[in-house]
Design a protein around this ligand. Structure first.
Ligand code: NAD
Length: 337
């Protein structure tokens, strides 16, 4: 059905996407720099699949990337490779500029110079719109990124859009809301809380826990990406969301009630409010009527069912954590920084 190149396929969304692409009979080449955020445990279900191949490659290595792309000649590229943790972008933004901006620039330059006709789906985030106190951001809304992470994603979106206009590169940008589900790195909110619940640790929450995010189950996001690849209009931006917002405190409470049904909670499992992240946006919310109307996509998994699947996955895959750099994780899990 087609040859696909996925960048960042050892990470959370990339590995879920590859899983789905293989089920749909696509041939997939995964390239990934293998940063701390990647995990070979994420691809263990399909790493022997006849249609799957992995090559270690940093998007900043333009020469190697050029050779891979020219040789493989993909029909489609899903660009997910990125530095993604907002806290890390505040501690040290440089890597974010290299991987997220220059990395995307390198892909675009290779497509332009080598005249590769692959359709590029560039995966971005709702964080580019910044704080949305009321209403929901539309695709033509103003970009007001607050963190270095969001700013680097915003820059890469603009680059893609400029290459569509100037060089007729066949590309589409997608802006998705907060994903949750299996295989996410445990420094992110939901896996972090589950890890701490399972390990009798406090549950660190920023500020007063009122920050609200629009939550989408990762498989719904991946289905939307495949639909956009197949039916999306070149040069367009598509928001992908669930229209369902919850604040962090409500997320913890839902997780605690799920956990209570399964395990006896340790005595240290208590919410601990910690000093807020600088520049922390209060609310993200997107309007995804465009993809629903034009491409007939809608999310299938509601938050409660998705959260149960997620909790069960981490519960059943506790060795997942052991495949990660424990020292680094524990440092972050303790302080939420
Ligand atoms: P992740 O951190 O779990 O995975 C990112 C992967 O990219 C890792 O495997 C990492 O090794 C790889 N990578 C990083 N820099 C690289 C480089 N220079 N070259 C090659 N590989 C590199 O991230 P994720 O949560 O799966 O997010 C994937 C994409 O989706 C990102 O572009 C992110 O901005 C976007 N996104 C994420 C969310 C979310 O809620 N997680 C929401 C909307 C959009």
């Amino acid at each position: 059905m087609g040859k696909i190149l996925v960048t960042g396929g050892l990470g959370f969304i990339g590995s879920n996407l590859i899983n789905l692409l293989l089920k749909r009979n696509y041939k997939v080449l995964n390239i990934d720099k293998v940063t701390y955020a990647s995990n070979f445990y994420n691809v263990k279900n399909f790493d022997k699949h006849k249609n799957y191949k992995f090559i270690k490659c940093d998007l900043n290595n333009q020469k190697k990337l050029g050779i891979i792309l020219s040789k493989y000649k993909p029909d489609g590229i899903f660009n997910l490779a990125a530095e993604t943790h907002v806290d890390r972008s505040i501690d040290g933004p440089k890597n974010f500029m290299y991987s997220n901006i220059i990395g995307t620039f390198n892909i675009l330059e290779i497509l332009r110079k080598h005249k590769i006709k692959a359709k590029l789906i560039h995966i971005s985030t709702d964080e580019v719109y910044g704080d949305v106190i009321k209403g929901r951001s539309k695709e033509n809304g103003v970009y007001r990124p607050s963190s270095p992470y969001a700013a680097s994603k915003a820059s890469s979106d603009h680059l893609v859009s400029s290459y569509v206009r100037t060089y007729k590169i066949p590309a589409i940008v997608t802006n998705c809301s907060n994903n949750f589900g299996p295989r996410q790195h445990p420094e992110k909110l939901i896996p972090k809380l589950i890890y701490n619940i399972l390990n009798n640790k406090k549950l660190p929450i920023y500020g007063k826990g009122k920050n609200s995010r629009e939550w989408i189950f990762v498989e719904d996001h991946c289905e939307a990406l495949i639909k956009i690849f197949k039916k999306g209009k070149l040069g367009e931006f598509y928001n992908i969301g669930s229209n369902y917002n919850l604040n962090n405190l409500a997320v913890v409470k839902k997780l605690l009630s799920l956990a209570k049904k399964k395990i006896i909670l340790g005595r240290n499992v208590k919410i601990k409010f910690v000093k807020d992240r600088p520049g922390h946006d209060m609310r993200y919310a997107i309007d995804s009527r465009k993809i629903k109307k034009d491409l007939k996509w809608s999310p299938k998994i509601n938050f409660n069912n998705g959260l149960k699947k997620t909790f069960d996955w981490y519960y059943n895959n506790q060795k997942y954590y052991l495949k990660l750099n424990r020292k680094d994780i524990l440092r972050r899990l303790g302080t939420n920084k």
